[in-house]
Design a protein around this ligand. Structure first.
Ligand code: ISJ
Ligand code: MG
Length: 463
């Protein structure tokens, strides 16, 4: 891997063809350049026809945006998915010619994608195209950090490539992507929505509380699905813009795969690494927002002191603290949670900060953390086994890590909740909740109802 000053595209392509010939191996050529300000939603919308699909990411608190078009390369694995991802990523970087003088996180070649919740659960046709791990190096990547824009072009160069042709193709694609659009396409119109077997789901909650009372587990997170039908094939870009407008304090994400698109607005960070500084988040325990400020404060206060919710939260803190301490120095965790307010609900929140030891990567941490007791339960193996056996749905990528890593050991993964899988004119929405000994099925059902709201409202359902 070489890091040099920015080269003119033509020169860089000619060099890459020469290297491909000498090494007799395709080379990933990655060139990053600064860009005048551009609307990321417009970039995303312009990328619709690019083969391989689009990606989208916004960490709203830090003003960090990624929008990607097409696919230069993909990393995917069935067995040992985290180790394999790491291995393929390193191998790819060894055969990459990187021209990125900007040390900005999320510029240059990145791998963006996700993992399934449980690779041992039988998959259904719903998630057929979403492998148990799939990360993509986008062909074109817009990175925006605090208003500064960068464009990275990633192209695999073969020894037989004609440099002029590649240059022309890249210039044409850039023109297409950077066209500023005044108006995005229309948002979707819902024709019908269906909850999947709510009564048998409540029965499942009872089954879980009984299992907990028998001492076989302490917490089991259960999820359910809602199906939504639309008048027409859904356009994703206006939905992403609405999510970004409405769901502050959240990560907006999308991973498009052929005709399908998995997207959402999740408040839950799994892990962020920047310059070896690690940040993870414990987020569990839920209450609605109040209609007035006074009511909101009252509900928040009750949530902070509610034993059942504190227990849900406590399991997450204990597990994350332990997992992080195994690969980090200087682990810092506050004694008690604080409130994390969202548009439709509020959570208990505890941040975990640490310094990552040099010999670990973000993928190591993702492997150790997933699934945290926020999405699996406590203890992990028993709760995941319960979910695998009894939960009557295919979680696919819901509840699992989604995010990115770059060539400079930076990266960030969120937990893909408050999410939906859109397939043409239909969507599946997912929502879950932490079941503990004192869980009441009806209350948990209502909690999942509020968790559907962020996605449902931008899909044209109730707000
Ligand atoms: C499982 C979800 O959320 C998780 C469950 C929570 C809870 O039960 O209190 C809160 C936040 C998340 O850890 C979801 O939104 O689907
Ligand atoms: Mg809960």
């Amino acid at each position: 891997m070489i890091d040099t000053e920015i080269k003119k595209l033509g020169q860089a392509v000619r060099e890459a063809v020469r290297t491909a010939k000498i090494k007799q191996k395709p080379q990933l050529l990655s060139i990053t350049e600064p860009l005048a300000a551009i609307d990321p939603f417009s970039f995303f919308d312009n990328a619709e026809k690019f083969t391989g699909g689009r990606i989208f990411w916004n960490n709203s608190a830090e003003g960090h945006w990624l929008a990607g078009a097409g696919e230069a390369l993909a990393l995917t694995a069935a067995d040992h998915r985290f180790e394999e991802t790491e291995r393929q990523w390193k191998e790819m970087l060894e055969n990459a010619l990187i021209h990125n003088p900007h040390r900005v996180p999320g510029t240059g070649p990145i791998a963006f994608g996700g993992f399934s919740f449980d690779p041992d659960k039988e998959t259904t046709p719903l998630w057929a195209d979403f492998n148990s791990s799939l990360l993509r190096v986008p062909a074109y990547l817009l990175t925006m950090v605090n208003g500064d824009c960068f464009l990275t072009c990633n192209v695999v160069i073969y020894e037989y490539d004609q440099p002029e042709q590649i240059e022309l193709q890249v210039e044409n694609h850039k023109k297409q992507l950077l066209k500023q659009q005044a108006i995005l396409p229309e948002g979707p119109v819902i024709t019908d929505k269906q909850e999947i077997e709510p009564d048998s789901w409540k029965q499942l909650v009872r089954n879980a509380t009984n299992t907990i009372k028998q001492g076989k587990a302490e917490k089991i997170v259960l999820a359910r699905e809602m199906k939504v039908f639309f008048k027409n094939k859904v356009n994703v870009s206006p939905i992403l813009r609405q999510l970004a407008d409405m769901q502050t304090n959240s990560y907006i994400f999308a991973f498009e795969n052929g005709e399908d698109c998995f997207l959402g607005a999740t408040p839950e960070r799994l892990v962020k690494v920047e310059n070896q500084q690690l940040l993870s988040t414990c987020l569990a325990g839920t209450a609605p927002r109040g209609r007035t400020e006074a009511e909101d404060r009252k509900i928040g206060g009750q949530l902070l002191s509610d034993e059942k919710n504190r227990q849900e939260h406590h399991f997450v803190v204990e597990m994350i603290k332990k997992a992080v301490a195994a690969c980090c120095e200087n682990v810092q965790v506050p004694e008690a949670p604080v409130l994390y307010p969202l548009k439709n609900l509020q959570h208990l929140y505890t941040p975990v900060e640490a310094v990552l030891n040099e010999n670990y990567t973000i993928i190591d941490i993702v492997k150790r953390l997933h699934p945290t007791p926020a999405l699996g339960g406590m203890p992990s193996e028993k709760s995941v086994a319960f979910i695998r056996e009894h939960e009557n749905m295919d979680r696919g990528w819901y509840g699992a890590p989604i995010g990115w890593l770059d060539a400079n050991h930076n990266g960030e993964f969120a937990v893909a909740i408050r999410s939906a899988l859109i397939r043409g004119g239909e969507a599946s929405l997912f929502a879950g909740c932490g079941v503990v000994r004192d869980s009441d099925p009806e209350a948990e059902y209502q909690e999942t109802n509020i968790k559907f709201t962020p996605m449902l409202s931008v899909l044209g359902g109730r707000s």
